[in-house]
Design a protein around this ligand. Structure first.
Ligand SMILES: O=C(O)CCC(=O)C(=O)O
Length: 272
């Protein structure tokens, strides 16, 4: 399972690309069940790694729903996804190898909640202890993701803009904070594109691509599993500011390759 040359070029030009189905029915069902088991406390998943669920209507900037982080390091079922050859082959089409796992999230937008939006952002701003900012996020749908239930949206080409900020500058109460940045090129096209995707399928986005999502207006949850994948040349560039909710960079020095048991390599991709 690989991207075509046109799809790889699309990713380079636009900063995102739709991928194929990567989860079969069996694994999809187990992941949905496991997500529910974690949320409902039927596993020993650490409380520290569960996201806050702000009160309904409190703010638009944070995810009002459920967000688990560092999941694969604590849960054997989610860890299985990262051993799939399909994910590895697709990731190695986009990134120089060996591709490793940096972090992951599992996200649920609860039904009938317009406040489950996630403000426009770039992923690299929340992972600025590693670089260069040329890695990507793989977004895997555990339910069909649609405009109605809050699928991700991207702004094509935004990964090429010279926008740089520190996450402390972000106004989390303002969904569109990023879209008003003065360093967005004056002639930039801010058209938003929805990334609708069927359950079990994936899409990838560059870590500097502007993206966000809106609320869930449907009767059902919108669940996803979202690993962050880094190319083999990724190094530590800053302080280990979030060692509990992300991985700890431990003894890796500034400039050292992010590698080792905490950052597993994806399986060797099958070459075609
Ligand atoms: O799932 C979403 O709604 C947004 C996910 C996201 O922002 C991300 O993967 O970085």
């Amino acid at each position: 399972m690989h991207f075509t040359a046109d799809q790889i070029q699309f990713y380079r030009d636009h900063g995102y690309v739709a991928g194929p189905r990567v989860l079969d029915d069996h694994l999809l069902a187990r992941l949905r069940q496991r997500f529910d088991d974690i949320i409902e406390g039927r596993t020993d998943f650490p409380d520290l790694l569960r996201g806050q669920t702000p009160k309904v209507g409190q703010l638009k900037g944070n995810l009002n729903g459920v967000k688990l982080v560092n999941v694969f390091r604590h849960d054997a079922v989610f860890a299985e996804v990262l051993r799939l050859e399909s994910i590895s082959a697709l990731a190695h089409d986009l990134l120089p190898g060996p591709v490793r796992v940096w972090q992951d999230q599992a996200i649920m937008k609860v039904p009938h909640d317009e406040t489950t939006g996630l403000a426009w952002h770039q992923d690299f701003a929340y992972n600025d202890q590693i670089g260069p900012p040329e890695w990507c996020t793989c977004w895997i749908a555990l339910d069909d993701a649609t405009v109605e239930n809050g699928c991700m949206h991207v702004i094509p080409g935004s990964h090429r803009w010279p926008v740089r900020y520190n996450r402390d500058e972000v106004d989390a109460n303002d969904m569109d904070w990023l879209l008003r940045r003065p360093d967005i090129p004056v002639d930039a096209d801010l058209t938003q594109v929805p990334c609708e995707v069927r359950a079990g399928h994936c899409h990838f986005h560059h870590c500097r691509t502007f993206h966000g999502s809106y609320g869930n207006r449907t009767d059902n949850p919108r669940r996803s599993y979202v690993p962050i994948l880094i190319p083999g040349n990724t190094v530590r560039v800053g302080s280990d500011w979030n060692p509990n909710r992300q991985a700890s960079l431990g003894n890796i020095p500034i400039g050292g390759i992010v590698q080792g048991a905490d950052f597993p390599e994806l399986v060797s991709p099958v070459l075609v």
